[in-house]
Design a protein. Structure first.
Length: 719
């Protein structure tokens, strides 16, 4: 590891949320400027820093020093202290006051302010009120420094240190010193390892009950992050025993204590399942509400087939097939309905038909979807207004509160949720809490797509329980049968190899496979496709979307975005953020719901301005301009290439899918199926046949630990 020491001359950029910083350090005898990047909370211009890290080369900005650990070096001499305090680094201490304090305490000044601030009142002109101002200003500025020093003493890197400071703020040091195992609960994955290193160094015993309970909770939360609603008891004990380096039987009492303290719930007849308190409440709440709605009388809408057909024809100018008429007729008799099917099977037509029939009877119908893009898409294809679930439920991201609940339910008669396979257990719980008991709930989705990012497999569980009337659309309509995209998607859904043969007459097709066994050639092929070969047919930047399973590697989102930006956007300038540069003309994606800006996770737009002097990036979303200041740029990412997971709920004119053996950990049948079904007019698979075969063969991703289907079926015989 390389050591550097220098004065922080200028902070070019700082993300106030995660403390990622780009700055210039004057180092060496000549004081040459060095660009330093990394997570650096609590540093200020004018401070002297001791840095440890490594040199990296940015493709555009050249050599940079990447920080791994750092220390703020406070001045030790009277003159150094005088200059430091007089610079204004510590708000509330000006040059005149700095002179008076240093004249009185000399080289002990900083020690006095840090450890005996009451003695500042000994200085002429400083009373109790001013002393409190100085103490508070010093603590505000140096609290982060103390936390960083404490964490680095325990060999915690700056990235995780920044996360801890972001989570706990001013309480960070107190928690680290007195309750370190709280970190294990709040940072699933690395949290226990970090907390454990601190606690063991401070003398905590290996069999300390707090340590063992924290280890169990950390692993339980980690399993939730992997999509599981619960963990098997023995599995949890084994995994936690390895993490804590103790025998599994030594964790049994800790698990029983967690159950007694109601932090976990253990259920199951044939096997014991361990839930966190929150996930148990959510899963049980969904089941109880659905079963409760199922006990109510049917909605009482019983038109005959001819009446339905006439209403749909007059309102929508479409003719339903016999199968569609039967589904609509039966769905109208149910309080909760699931409609599922693959592409080309008429899910959207049924949504439109149901809306028409219910509206004819003066029922208030509300359409929704889990993401902004999915909501916008269902609104476009149905002609009805739609909103995200979070927006309808009046979610406040600052405190995690949902404004709509059992005491303030949604104002509606019929609630239709499209892309319901994307709804996880937590969100579905809040949907059910906010739904009036006498409302109608219609869940529409494709269970063969990727499951929700969050825990659970809600839509599949509801179907498999048999408690809710589910309609499976299997007929592929004539127009869809003529589409190679639709037919190949259904082949993949069935675990069959899609047709990769090109038409003998070389007529243009909707579906192609381009074999590239080398990752570099794969990248070059994608660049050529996007810039030349299909650009004339799809000229708009939003028309072509490259999808890939992973972020890292040659064929991952990071590298492909960098290469595509370089190839497709020759604009000069731009604003840098964490190694990415946003320039006018760039295709970008918004990464988390922002209700103030009315822009949502997965929304894709185009940069129209990057005002470097103002630190502002302006993005055009569907004709509406949204501004981002420097501190908000973490909400953006380049979107020439996005992950398949991020594409859920969206459609694109042309889709290019990268498939490489380096993607092997994520190659799954439902991922490939999801990628193919994103394309409307053209799908091109680029990569290795063995990667394609591996994805088809891997269907295990559907196995998530969830008890919802058993609860709905009236049994806790979970296995």
């Amino acid at each position: 590891m390389i050591n550097l020491k220098g004065s922080l001359a200028r902070i070019t950029y700082r993300n106030t949320d995660n403390h990622y910083t780009v700055c210039r350090i004057n180092a060496g005898s000549a004081g040459e400027g060095i660009t330093v990047v990394g997570h650096m909370p609590g540093v200020a211009e004018g401070e002297t820093l001791h840095l440890q890290g490594k040199w990296v080369t940015h493709p555009k900005y050249g050599d940079q020093f990447q920080v791994e650990t750092y220390e703020v070096i406070l001045p030790a001499t009277s003159e150094g202290i005088r200059k430091y305090l007089g610079s204004g680094i510590v708000k509330g201490i000006g040059r005149s006051m700095a002179d008076r304090i240093v004249d009185f305490f000399e080289d002990r000044t900083l020690d006095i302010i840090e450890n005996e601030p009451d003695r500042l009142c000994e200085v002429q002109g400083i009373g109790k009120a001013k002393m409190e101002t100085v103490r508070n200003a010093w603590n505000r500025h140096h609290s982060v420094r103390r936390v960083m020093q404490y964490l680095q003493k325990h060999e915690v890197g700056v990235y995780y240190a920044s996360m801890i400071i972001r989570i706990y703020g001013d309480q960070s040091l107190d928690i680290l010193e007195n309750e370190p195992y709280l970190i294990a609960r709040d940072m699933a994955g690395p949290g226990f390892r970090i907390a454990d290193a601190i606690a063991l160094n401070n003398g905590t015993a290996e069999d300390d009950p707090q340590r063992l309970k924290a280890c169990l909770l950390s692993n339980l939360f980690w399993m939730e992050d992997q999509g599981n609603v619960y963990s098997l008891r023995d599995e949890l004990l084994e995994k936690s025993a390895r993490a804590a380096d103790v025998a599994p039987d030594r964790l049994i009492q800790a698990l029983e204590d967690l159950e007694t303290q109601e932090e976990v719930v253990i259920e199951g007849e044939s096997v014991e399942c361990v839930y966190s308190k929150q996930m148990h409440r959510a899963e049980k709440g969904i089941a109880d509400r659905i079963r409760g709605m199922g006990t109510l009388p049917a909605p009482g809408i019983n038109p005959d087939a001819s009446e339905i057909s006439a209403e749909v024809a007059s309102r929508l100018a479409i003719k339903l097939s016999e199968n569609q008429l039967e589904v609509v007729n039966n769905a109208l008799k149910e309080r909760i309905v699931v409609i599922t099917g693959g592409p080309g099977t008429g899910k959207t037509t049924l949504i439109r038909a149901l809306c028409a029939v219910y509206k004819k009877r003066n029922k208030k119908v509300v359409l929704s979807a889990p993401t902004g893009r999915a909501a916008r898409r269902i609104s476009e294809v149905t002609g009805e207004n739609a909103a995200t679930l979070h927006k309808l439920l009046e979610y406040d991201p600052d405190d995690g509160f949902f404004g709509r609940n059992h005491s303030n339910p949604l104002d509606l008669d019929v609630f239709i949720v499209d892309e319901a396979s994307m709804v996880d257990t937590r969100l579905m719980y809040h949907v059910m809490k906010a739904l009036p008991l006498n409302a109608v709930l219609i869940l529409v989705g494709d269970t063969y797509q990727l499951p929700s990012v969050g825990p659970g497999n809600v839509l599949s569980d509801i179907i498999e329980s048999g408690f809710v009337q589910s309609f499976f659309l299997t007929e592929i309509f004539r127009q869809a049968r003529e589409s190679p995209i639709v037919m190949n998607a259904h082949s993949v859904r069935n675990g069959e190899m899609p047709s990769l043969d090109r038409p003998e007459d070389e007529t243009p097709s909707e579906f192609y496979f381009i074999e590239c066994n080398d990752s570099q050639r794969l990248v070059e092929t994608i660049l050529a496709l996007c810039s030349k070969r299909i650009r004339q047919a799809f000229p708009h930047i939003d028309d072509i979307q490259v999808l890939t399973p992973m972020h890292k590697g040659n064929a991952g989102t990071v590298n492909l975005n960098r290469m595509l930006q370089s190839t497709l956007n020759s604009a000069a300038g731009g604003i840098e953020n964490k190694g990415s540069t946003f320039k006018p003309g760039d295709k970008v994606m918004h990464l988390k719901n922002n209700y103030e800006k009315d822009v949502f996770n997965g929304d894709i737009g185009t940069v129209v301005e990057a005002a470097k002097a103002e630190g502002r990036v302006s993005v055009d979303y569907y004709g509406r301009i949204v501004d981002y200041d420097a501190g908000e740029l973490d909400d953006l990412t380049l979107a020439y290439t996005i992950s398949v997971h991020k594409s859920q709920g969206s459609e694109y004119s042309a889709v290019i899918v990268a498939l490489n053996s380096s993607h092997y950990p994520l190659l799954q049948r439902n991922l490939l199926y999801t990628a193919i079904t994103r394309g409307k007019d053209l799908v091109i698979l680029v990569g290795q046949k063995k990667a394609l075969a591996a994805a088809l063969a891997n269907n295990k991703s559907r196995m998530r630990r969830s008890g919802l289907r058993h609860r709905l079926a009236g049994s806790l015989n979970i296995s």
